[in-house]
Ligand binder design. Structure first.
Ligand code: NAI
Length: 386
């Protein structure tokens, strides 16, 4: 039973994870090297929990208990009594390795040492520990208190016991766990790439503008946000870097090729909402672009993006990155897709998916549009995912 939880890094993710663990009744020790980061984490948690009381979501006793469950510390040694530690510091493998080595010197032999990294190899981080079998990836989504999904990533060194305890603990924190193989992007950051990449490609080919592509994805597909709205929300700098990291980690597989359009937007400082301008203008009084309303065009845009997403999800299953159930849960609970992609493939028919992707491949002759072998086999055997 995990009771004492140490969190390393009190930034966006660390403070959110601390809130989740404290709300579930764990005693949390939140550590940061930067006193200012600790102070602002404390202030922001007070603000958030006060608002939850105002909205009637929690009682003021629950708020007090939650706040009292978190201790803010500026020394790593204070995490000595932890049953589980989750690291959420800067995304730099050398810095993370150093912290993990130091931490192992303080905690007990049974303490689980986890990382919230979104892109680094868990096997590599674990390799610096004397006991690498206690290391695992526990990947929350932003904002951690609101997003239901947590990807749990055992490295090749991780023990079965550490995986089982991590999974149970996160479920006790009222989250949905998707277990993923230790591969670039895990599930969500891999499977979601075509949502951005194919939308950018459609724009670059001059098929439609940002507003029309977003409109297609929302009105025909039922997505809450269009790809360009979402890239503006995430930030073009951040989203571009994730794509580039995944692309390089997959030895330049053209399926993940980053886009010049997005690179230029990031270079120009058109980062999105946070800079006031991205694919859209967020200044006061800005005139919103009007999308085209041609149903045939809208449908073809949605189908092209959707089939590329389905292909990616199918390939993740083919390569045993996660189970079909976890892949669908990851996309609906981690990035709020209206339906699981594999369930969507069943609905459209596997045969339809194969034909759509083959049509793209036959037209472009680019490896980017190669159909997953799993879809092809399933189509021949008349199989479905569920
Ligand atoms: P952040 O920049 O908001 O916070 C990082 C915190 O770590 C800062 O307060 C900094 O002072 C502290 N820190 C840096 N080096 C430290 C050290 N050696 N020891 C102790 N504290 C140190 O970063 P954010 O966004 O919270 O990301 C943290 C981790 O979570 C990264 O690995 C990131 O890839 C991952 N992640 C981020 C998500 C996001 O949307 N921001 C989503 C999921 C994962």
């Amino acid at each position: 039973m995990i009771k004492n939880v140490g969190i390393i890094g009190s930034g966006t993710m660390g403070s959110g994870i601390a809130q989740v663990a404290a709300a579930a009744g764990c005693l949390v020790t939140l550590f940061d090297v930067d006193q200012q980061a600790l102070d602002s984490a404390k202030q922001s948690l007070e603000k958030i929990t006060n608002r939850l009381v105002e909205k009637g979501r929690i009682s003021s006793q629950e708020k007090d208990a939650l706040q009292n469950n978190i201790r803010y510390v500026n020394s790593l040694k204070e995490l000595a009594h932890s049953d589980l530690t989750i690291e959420a510091i800067v995304e730099n493998i050398e810095v993370k390795k150093k912290v993990f080595q130091e931490l192992e010197g303080y905690v007990s032999d049974t303490c689980i040492i986890a990382s919230n990294t979104s892109s680094l190899s868990i096997a590599s981080i674990a390799s610096v520990l004397k006991n690498p079998s206690r290391c695992i990836g526990i990947h929350f989504f932003n904002p951690a208190p609101l997003m239901k999904l947590v990807e749990v990533i055992p490295a090749i060194q991780t023990s079965k016991q550490v995986l089982a305890t991590s999974q149970t603990t996160i479920e006790n924190w009222k989250k949905v766990v998707a277990v993923a193989k230790d591969t670039p992007g895990f599930i969500v950051n891999r499977v979601a790439r075509p949502f951005y990449g194919e939308a950018l490609r459609i724009y670059e080919e001059g098929i439609a503008d940002f507003a029309t592509i977003d409109h297609a994805v929302k009105s025909v597909g039922g997505f809450k946000m269009g790809p360009f709205q979402l890239m503006d929300f995430i930030g073009n700098d951040v989203n571009y870097t994730v794509t580039q990291t995944v692309f390089e980690a997959f030895y330049n597989d053209p399926r993940y090729k980053p886009s010049f359009t997005q690179k230029r937007f990031a270079e120009a400082g058109y980062l999105g909402r946070k800079s006031g301008k991205g694919f859209y203008d967020y200044s006061q009084g800005a005139i919103l672009p009007v999308p085209e309303n041609n149903p045939v065009l809208l449908n073809s845009i949605l189908e092209r993006i959707l089939v590329m997403l389905i292909n990616e999800a199918a390939d993740a299953l083919f390569l045993n990155i996660a189970s079909a159930k976890d892949i669908d849960a990851a996309m609906t609970k981690g990035v709020n897709y209206p339906k699981g992609l594999l369930a969507w493939a069943d609905e459209k028919s596997i045969d339809w998916c194969v034909k759509q992707i083959d049509t793209l491949y036959n037209h472009y002759h680019e490896d980017r549009y190669r159909c997953s072998a799993l879809l092809r086999t399933m189509s021949l055997k008349n199989e479905t995912f569920f």
